[in-house]
Each structure stands twice: as C-alpha cells, then as structure tokens.
Write a protein that binds this ligand. Structure first.
Ligand SMILES: [Cu+2]
Length: 123
C-alpha cells in the first residue's frame, strides 16, 4: 500500500515537472531573462491584471498537441515588451490557422510574463 502511494506521488511529481518544463521552453527562458534585464515586462506584469494587446511577428514554432505557438514578435507597447521570440498558449483555432514562417498579426491576453494568443491572422 505504502509502495503504491509512493509510486503514485512520484508519478505526479514527474508529471508536474514535465508540465513546468513545457512552459519554460528553451526559447522562452532566454527571452524572459532579457525582459527582466530590461525591467519592463516583470514590473508591468506583476500588477497581475490581464492586458489586451495586439502584436505583429513571424511564427517560428507550433505545438498543436501542447497548445503552444512561438512567435518572433515586434515590440508590444501595450505590455511594454521589447521585440523578442517567445512561446504563447494558443487554442487549436490559433495553432491550426497558421504555419511556421507565416507573418502574422495576433491578439494577446497577457498575464504576468506569459500570454495567450486569442486570435491570429496572416499578414
Ligand atoms: Cu514577448
């Protein structure tokens, strides 16, 4: 019984670790450091409210099963973000609407240092 419980807990821990890993993709990590160094994103975002913003950029990666899209985007003044490449949460309607390499205009809901692409259009 104890053994089963322990295995379950370890399994959950592994799952959680995998989840965290997914959020902090290799592309997102260096950019968020750049943002903190810049000072703008962290301070602006820790206000905890959601910011609606529009961005322009290029699709560099799509993870349809994980519901993520990576965009090399231009500066987003609404969020005080410099130009960067980062991963965003995205619903299937977004991840299926474009392909890697597309130049796009997108709408964002930004919370903290992460965001979700709520709609996307090829430029
Ligand atoms: Cu960004």
């Amino acid at each position: 019984m104890t053994y089963v419980r322990l295995t379950l807990m370890l399994g959950l821990a592994a799952l959680t670790a995998a989840c965290n890993k997914k959020v902090e993709t290799p592309t997102a990590a260096p950019t968020s450091r750049a943002m903190s160094a810049n000072g703008s994103m962290a301070t602006e975002a820790s206000a905890a409210n959601t910011i609606d913003a529009r961005g322009h950029g290029t699709v560099t990666a799509i993870d349809k099963t994980g519901g993520m899209i990576t965009l090399k985007h231009e500066a987003i003044p609404e969020a005080n973000w410099p130009a960067m490449t980062m991963a965003f949460k995205a619903a299937p309607a977004v991840t299926h609407a474009v392909v890697v390499g597309d130049k796009v205009t997108f709408d964002l809901k930004i919370k903290g240092s992460s965001g979700e692409v709520t709609s996307i259009h090829k430029q």
